[in-house]
Design a protein around this ligand. Structure first.
Ligand code: KG4
Ligand code: ZN
Length: 336
């Protein structure tokens, strides 16, 4: 079964074709990073317009790359929630149009569930129940996953998402947007123990997260060091690598601690990681270390499948279709 998936929930326009929920036949991703960089974050109106301009070309590209005909496609899948409403609407409208034009089923996919499913694209027979951690620019959420399509929220961020914290700290350090991967690279040359930034555990049993205090601590640290210096001298005089490494370690310590705690509470048989921040080298390294320590398999998608892509959408849709979970033209985009 060939499913064409569409992802436009934030600032990536992506269309993929996946066979039987596993084989990625094509996965075209157009990143809008360059368009949003001058503003230091995603501008919803710009994102929506850029999706509109590119979506037809990207659909065409995905079909051409897959070397299939439109009539070979058996179903259309689209992320309809959560995300930016204007962005979601472009994908949902395109999906409805294709579904109607070719008279094939339409499948609604939850963006965060798709991030978790990215693991199933590359790994066979993942043991369930699993505890799944989605760490992205907009979300930091822990789930109990009973199977590919069944996820219950265990905890989430009460303020900034982990990726948002990376992006805001990168901005404080003058590293540009998006900053996650830049901090990841710089941290490799820094000392993780240089600055004891706070870790917010929010009480013994909490599975929620909070990163805004950490971000503020970095800001005060930088301001303290920068009192008598100009912004331009900041880069040269401060040890940005140490700040990056210490900040990154504080985020990862909390993510790992809570995920492991959740896996113990819920007797998980595996841990699944997903979302843009799952591309982080230190996070991947630390989860592998902990996997050996607690003797539980930890799965993490390859880096290209951590960030937003439509292959994870088309893949998950196969299981939803198999379970008869099919939508129709009344499907709505839901930002929350
Ligand atoms: O999942 P994603 O592509 O989009 C959302 O659904 O938000 O995640 C994007 C986020 C951004 O905040 C970006 O800075 C972060 O993922 N990110 C990273 C890395 N690569 C991307 N954060 C830390 N380390 C990385 N290597
Ligand atoms: Zn995402």
């Amino acid at each position: 079964m060939l499913i064409l998936g569409i992802e436009t929930s934030c600032d990536e326009t992506s269309v993929a074709i996946v066979r039987n929920g596993r084989e990625i036949v094509s996965n075209v991703i157009f990143s809008q990073d360059k368009l949003h960089r001058p503003f230091g974050g995603v501008v919803p109106e710009i994102a929506c317009r850029a999706h509109l301009e590119s979506i037809i070309g990207i659909i065409h590209c995905a079909i051409t790359e897959a070397e299939v005909k439109c009539t070979d496609i058996d179903a259309i899948a689209v992320v309809n929630s959560p995300g930016l409403i204007g962005s979601l609407l472009i994908g949902v409208t395109a999906a409805k149009t294709l579904s109607m034009a070719f008279n094939i089923p339409l499948i609604a996919v939850h963006h965060l569930h798709a991030h978790i499913y990215a693991n199933n694209l590359e790994h066979d027979a993942i043991p369930y129940p699993a505890v799944s951690l989605v760490v992205s620019g907009g979300h930091t959420t822990l789930f109990l996953s009973e199977r590919e399509t069944q996820h219950v929220v265990l905890g989430e961020t009460i303020d900034d998402a982990a990726g948002e914290a990376f992006d805001k700290v990168a901005k404080i350090l003058g590293l540009g947007y998006p900053g996650g991967s830049v901090i990841d690279q710089l941290a490799k040359q820094g000392n993780r123990k240089a600055i004891p930034f706070p870790r917010a555990y929010l009480g013994k049993d909490s599975l929620d997260f909070s990163f805004s205090g950490l971000k503020t601590a970095v800001l005060y640290h930088v301001k303290g060091q920068d009192q008598n210096r100009s912004q331009t001298s900041l880069k040269n005089t401060m040890d940005i690598a140490d700040i990056s490494a210490s900040f990154q370690e504080a985020v990862i310590d909390v993510l790992v601690h809570k995920t492991v705690a959740a896996s113990k509470i819920h007797h998980a048989r595996s841990i699944l990681i997903g979302g843009g921040v799952a591309a982080n080298s230190r996070l991947r390294e630390k989860f592998q270390e902990i996997s050996r320590e607690i003797r539980l398999p930890v799965y993490c998608p390859s880096r290209e499948l951590c960030t937003d892509n439509a292959a994870m959408v088309a893949g998950l849709a196969y299981w939803k279709y198999s379970e008869g979970n099919i939508s129709d033209l009344r499907m709505e985009a839901n930002p929350s």
